[in-house]
Design a protein around this ligand. Structure first.
Ligand code: DGL
Length: 274
């Protein structure tokens, strides 16, 4: 194990990356996180890949240059699809995405090889999942559907409402009709709507989120020796997490804590205009 006490940086357009933050805190309890939620510019899903890539580079630069992070987790599928490889070639720290871990997790789960993936318009339109499955699991018969509107429900804190169910029934119809046995939630916001999505898909369909598998990737790298905060198991090293939002900090604090848990204590503002 290494002994690098610097924090791990991570970002999303808003609250979605908190699903990944939860998994990181649970799996790597000694690590400190700096989480950036770009709520002033959410949703990323309807934006062009060029815009999302620009935002991803700006935030990664901020995490690296102002917060001295030792790694960055792109806790957003839209940004991973638009910018993962350009981020990896532009920054010296390890950069983790969520697409490849999600593909790996769902190929472990499916027994029929009929897999659905849902995500934002930009993610699905980018073809990133189609390419990742074709490479990692060519036997999988993949059905993709964009789900515009899901992210907005989460950002408003309207989880599992009747309106969300009506929208889910409409958007998920092609995936239901395809008879998949596994549905990959290809947007980090979607696990917060899991009850609604599961209600529409039926109990026989397993929902897969990339959050845990992404955290396992970070753990694997950490165990390999160059990231870990603790010198040895048993060290009383208390992590210090920081939460930053480019939007309304009191909303981020209130809703963020209800979504993530008690570790989300105080939210710092960030303004893109200063
Ligand atoms: N949570 C993000 C994703 O995984 C972004 C969603 C959005 O802002 O539209 O795609």
């Amino acid at each position: 194990m290494g002994n690098d006490a610097r924090p791990i940086g991570m970002f999303d357009s808003g609250f979605g990356g908190l699903t990944v933050a939860r998994a990181l805190i649970d799996l790597l309890p000694r690590e400190s996180l700096v989480y950036f939620g770009d709520t002033a510019r959410y949703p990323y899903g309807p934006r062009s890949a060029v815009d999302v890539a620009t935002f991803a580079h700006q935030i990664t630069d901020l995490l690296v240059s102002q917060h001295d992070v030792k790694a960055v987790v792109v806790a957003c599928n839209t940004a991973s699809a638009a910018a993962l490889s350009s981020l990896q070639s532009s920054f010296d720290v390890p950069i983790f995405g969520v697409i490849e871990p999600g593909v790996r997790a769902s190929t472990h789960v499916t027994s029929t090889q009929r897999v659905g993936v849902i995500g934002t318009v930009t993610t699905i339109g980018s073809g990133a999942y189609q390419r990742a499955f074709a490479e990692a699991a060519p036997a999988v018969d993949l059905v993709c559907a964009a789900c515009p509107g899901f992210v907005e429900f989460v950002e408003r804190g309207e989880l599992n409402t009747d309106q969300a169910l009506i929208l889910a029934e409409r958007l998920l119809a092609p995936v239901v009709d395809a008879g998949v046995d596994t549905l990959l939630l290809g947007c980090t916001h979607y696990p917060f709507l899991a009850r609604t999505i599961s209600r529409v898909m039926g109990r026989d369909v397993t929902l897969v989120s990339s959050a845990d598998e992404t955290a396992f990737d970070v753990l694997a790298r950490s165990v390999a020796g160059d990231l870990s905060a603790a010198a040895s198991v048993g060290d009383a090293l208390a992590p210090a997490h920081r939460w930053i939002s480019s939007g309304d900090v009191s909303t981020f604090e209130r809703l963020g804590r209800s979504l993530l848990g008690p570790e989300l204590v105080e939210v710092e503002p960030h303004s893109w205009t200063t």
